[in-house]
Design a protein around this ligand. Structure first.
Ligand code: CP
Ligand code: NVA
Length: 322
C-alpha cells in the first residue's frame, strides 16, 4: 500500500514550519492525511523508514514532555535519529549567536526543531539555516500542537470545514495557532478571553481573512458562554504560560470565571469534545470532572502529536514520501 502522499506533501520539502502563514489549506489537509495514514500503519506494525539515516536537532530552551518525546519517537520510528540539545548543555546558553548556531547545525542535521521564548529568535534561526526549521513552541505560536488538534477533531467529526471551535482563556501561543490553522481549513473559531488577555490583533485580523476565504469565521469575545454556545469543540490552555510564572497570581484573578467546567460545557453541542494541549491545571482553567470526563479527548490529542509530527518531518525533511 502506497502512503497517502501526493504532490502537495512533496511541495513541502525543504520548507520551514514556523507558523501557518506560508501553508495553504491543501498543505494542512495533506499533512493531516499523511499523519492519519502513518497512524493506521503504526497500528498495523508498519513503520516506513521515510527518514532513514537523517538526524533532527532539537533545541529546547523551555521544558517539555510531549514535544520532546513525540519528536524523538517520531524520528526513531521513521528510521532516523533525534538529538536533544538543551540551551544549558550547548553553547546556545553561553551566548553563541543564533545565526552561527543555525549555520553550524545545518552542516550536521537534516532538520532543526526549536522550542524557545521570542518568536523572532526562531525566525532568525530559520533565516540562517539551510535545512527545515520546525517550531516546537514559541511565546507566539505552537503549530505542531494545532496540527495534532486538527487531526484529533477530524477523527471525531470527519470534515473540519464548518465545525465550531470555542477557545476559553488566555490569548496565547495556543490560541494563535488554533486561530491560524482553524481559519485555513474553514472552521469557525470563537475565543473568549478576559480584557487585556486577548490574542494578538495582527494574528486575529490575518485569521479573519483566511477564514473568510475558506468559508469559516473568527470571533474574539469576552463571554465564555457566548463562545461555547453550540460549539463542537471546547478548548482551553493554562492561564500562565512558560515564562509567565511571576504573573501567575495576577492572572488567576483576571481569569476568574473562565474555567471550563461542567455548567459551561453544558452550553456546547451535545456531541461536543473537550480539548487541552496539556499540561493542565485542574481547578484553574479546567475542572477535574471535565478534563477527566467522557467528552475529554486530551490523551488522543497528546498521542496525535506523534502522528502529525511524523507527517511534518517526512514532508519537510524527506526525499519525498513514497
Ligand atoms: N503540549 C505540549 O507542547 O506539551 P509539552 O510542553 O510537554 O511539550
Ligand atoms: N501556552 C502553554 C502551552 C504549553 C504546551 C505555554 O506556552 O506554556
Amino acid at each position: 500500500m502506497a502512503l497517502t502522499a501526493n504532490a502537495t506533501t512533496h511541495s513541502m520539502l525543504g520548507r520551514h514550519l514556523l507558523e501557518f502563514s506560508n501553508y495553504t489549506r491543501d498543505d494542512i489537509l495533506a499533512l493531516l492525511t499523511l499523519g492519519a495514514d502513518l497512524k493506521t500503519r503504526r497500528r498495523q506494525g508498519d513503520r516506513p523508514a521515510l527518514l532513514a539515516g537523517k538526524t533532527l536537532g532539537m533545541i529546547f530552551e523551555k521544558a517539555s514532555t510531549r514535544t520532546r518525546v513525540s519528536f524523538e519517537v517520531a524520528m526513531f520510528e521513521l528510521g532516523g535519529h533525534a538529538l536533544f540539545l538543551s540551551d544549558g548543555a550547548t553553547q546556545i546558553g553561553r551566548g553563541e549567536p543564533i545565526a552561527d548556531t543555525a549555520r553550524v547545525l545545518s552542516r550536521y542535521v537534516a532538520g532543526i526543531m526549536v522550542r524557545t521564548f521570542g518568536h523572532a529568535k526562531l525566525v532568525e534561526l530559520a533565516d540562517h539555516a539551510s535545512v527545515p526549521v520546525i517550531n516546537g513552541l514559541t511565546d507566539d505560536h505552537h503549530p505542531c500542537q494545532a496540527l495534532a488538534d486538527l487531526l484529533t477533531i477530524q477523527e471525531k467529526f470527519g470534515d473540519l470545514r464548518g465545525l465550531t471551535l470555542a477557545y476559553v482563556g488566555d490569548g496565547n501561543n495556543m490560541l494563535h495557532s488554533l486561530l491560524q490553522a482553524g481559519a485555513k481549513v474553514g472552521m469557525h473559531v470563537r475565543a473568549a478571553t478576559p480584557e487585556g488577555y486577548g490574542p494578538d490583533p495582527g494574528v486575529t485580523e490575518q485569521a479573519e481573512k483566511w477564514a473568510r476565504e475558506a468559508g469559516g469565521s473568527v470571533a474574539v469575545l469576552r463571554d465564555p458562554r457566548e463562545a461555547v454556545a453550540g460549539a463542537d469543540v471546547v478548548y482551553t490552555d493554562v492561564w500562565a504560560s512558560m515564562g509567565q510564572e511571576t504573573e501567575a497570581a495576577r492572572r488567576q484573578a483576571a481569569f476568574a470565571g473562565y474555567e471550563v467546567n461542567a455548567p459551561l460545557l453544558a452550553g456546547a453541542a451535545r456531541r461536543a469534545i473537550f480539548m487541552h494541549c496539556l499540561p493542565a491545571h485542574r481547578g484553574e482553567e479546567v475542572s477535574a470532572d471535565v478534563i477527566d470526563g467522557r467528552q475529554s479527548v486530551v490523551f488522543d490529542q497528546a498521542e496525535n502529536r506523534l502522528h502529525a509530527q511524523k507527517a511534518v518531518l517526512a514532508a519537510t525533511m524527506g526525499t519525498g514520501v513514497r
